[in-house]
Ligand binder design. Structure first.
Ligand code: NCD
Length: 343
């Protein structure tokens, strides 16, 4: 695909070589994300960060990624504080905001809403999550993390074995991740969910058309022994019309250190898009896993910054200029403290 000026609405837009290009661009972002080097390559550019649905990490990650490239961020948070509540159409909002911004990130509770918004926008729009449909940047950072974790184990994405666990019906991150995996070869996917919360049929079909082996089960323990990556997800309670129904699924699939030790290979990577639901009745990833070096959830969020910086750099066509626009850092960088300094 042609990155400059492109909207990023769905993983369906990408070919495998686009992903490769983006990941190698993300690798180059590491020193800037760590603040060991500073670039101002997006000086003068404005990101409109429009989040019409709850978000912490995606919103701050997009905003920080833009700031780290030297750009500025304007935000609108929540439906109640936006003019959508006064009956303004998404298209009008898009036309207005694209007059103020050079690129827009948007999250909205309706599937397809970000594409509608993009159709009326004069600047590129990045989908930060549209209802239960897709969350492309999350899937990209998930796959980037998978690549790094596997690399450390001498493996590649092709041939990966992954279990996706939880609410696979409404979970947009797993929808996008499956679409992404369909670009690779020889993947084994174990889908673990209550039957009512199965992965949508068209996404299962896509995996199978790619020649991947898909297993569907309700049994967590059985799935754990067969995989390299365990990708846990939260019950998407905000998508249920009846909260009691959502509650009835909560806590169905819990992973803790004892279960991990008993059923997983010692090197199995644990992932989650976050937020993990840590309430006692859910607790899908127990806090006792926090000491497990294979818990990659915070490496995912760190990697998210790199992937989002790469997306901005490619879409605004400055990826080749990042190093040319470096400046000196004058402030004390706490990240440069060694572990000994911290004690
Ligand atoms: C996810 C989302 O919003 O879809 N969160 C995120 O952006 N990392 C997953 C979730 O909310 O469960």
């Amino acid at each position: 695909m042609d990155f400059p000026g492109a909207h990023i609405l769905s993983i369906e837009q990408f070919q495998r070589e686009d992903i490769e290009r983006m990941f190698r661009t993300a690798d180059r972002m590491e020193p800037y994300a760590q603040r060991t080097r500073l670039t101002r390559v997006l000086e003068g550019a404005i990101l409109g960060n429009m989040f019409f649905e709850a978000s912490t990490r995606t919103r701050i990650s997009f905003g920080s990624a833009f700031n780290l490239l030297g750009g500025e961020v304007r935000e609108s948070v929540g439906m109640d504080s936006s003019s959508l509540i006064k009956g303004e159409s998404l298209e009008d909002t898009a036309r207005v905001l694209s007059g103020f911004s050079d690129v827009i990130c948007m999250r909205h509770p309706e599937s397809g809403s970000v594409a509608r918004f993009a159709s009326a926008s004069r600047v590129p729009v990045l989908n930060g999550g549209d209802g239960s449909n897709e969350h492309p940047s999350q899937a990209l950072l998930d796959l980037y993390t998978i690549e790094k974790e596997l690399q450390a184990r001498g493996r590649k994405i092709d041939g990966l074995r992954v279990a996706m666990i939880g609410d696979l019906k409404y979970g947009r991150t797993v929808h996008s991740l499956c679409k992404l995996l369909s670009l690779y070869k020889g993947i084994q996917v174990v889908l673990v969910s209550p039957t009512e919360l199965l992965m949508p049929e068209e996404i299962i079909a896509l995996l199978r058309e790619a020649g991947h082996r898909v297993t569907i089960t309700e049994k967590l323990e059985e799935s754990l022994a067969q995989v390299d990556i365990v990708y846990s997800t939260r019950i998407q309670e905000e998508r249920f019309t009846d909260r009691a129904v959502a509650d009835s699924y909560r806590g169905r699939f819990r992973l803790n250190q004892a279960i991990y030790t008993k059923h997983c290979d010692p090197n199995t990577v644990i992932m989650h898009p976050l937020p993990r639901d840590s309430r006692a009745e859910a607790n899908e990833l127990d806090r006792d896993l926090d000491e497990n070096p294979n818990l990659a959830i915070f490496r995912q969020t760190d990697n998210g910054l790199l992937v989002r910086m790469a997306l901005f750099a490619l879409i605004l066509d400055v990826a080749h200029l990042v190093e040319k626009h470096e400046q000196a850092i004058h402030w004390h960088n706490p990240r440069l403290l060694t572990p000994t300094d911290e004690q």
